[in-house]
Design a protein around this ligand. Sequence first.
Ligand SMILES: C[S@@+](CC[C@H](N)C(=O)[O-])C[C@H]1O[C@@H](n2cnc3c(N)ncnc32)[C@H](O)[C@@H]1O
Length: 192
Amino acid sequence: MNADTTTSAEELRNVMVDKIVEEHQWRGLPLRADVERALRKVPRELFIPGVSVEDAYADTAVITKRENNMNLSSVSAPNVIADMLNQAHGQHILEIGSGGYNAALLREIAGPNGSVTTVDIDEDVTDRARACLDAAGYSDVKVVCADAEFEIESGRRYDLIIVTVGSWDIPTAWVDQLTNDGTLVVPLRTLG
Ligand SMILES: C[S@@+](CC[C@H](N)C(=O)[O-])C[C@H]1O[C@@H](n2cnc3c(N)ncnc32)[C@H](O)[C@@H]1O
């Protein structure tokens, strides 16, 4: 990446984050300083190679895997991610559903003594997330290919589990993997 591209990506990123901050302020749900810092730091364009920097900072979801007219995986829209991160507190974090980008943001939020594991059921998705995380300098994020309805690492507890796939219920494994005062953030569908 040359100097011009880097500068414009950073500028576009800051414009996008300014809008997210403003919108949260307007809704009376101010964005936490650590969430804002992470959004300003993580280069989203590195998690969606092949997409222009303008589109990388258009604040929309980017589909990363599609089969038989079905969207199987995506990198979520930053404003949606920001909403979830604003409710998420924890140092040892499990993310369910891996795009790479959100895991990098979580790694920033977890701090130097924290840890992030991201799990996805689809090996194409985990391979992609691993490559993007490494390219962006987040090699210490652990990427696991598994069905997250079940325990990921035997006996391991997390103080934050953040689910980035729409869910109809809460599998017992999610609650079992939380520490006593841990937080579960999940986009739960209720009554449709
Ligand atoms: C919206 S994408 C994740 C977006 C990502 N967190 C990001 O950085 O933007 C949802 C992902 O959930 C995964 N998924 C669906 N069911 C799952 C399950 N039971 N266990 C693990 N991953 C699952 C899909 O394969 C898909 O890649």
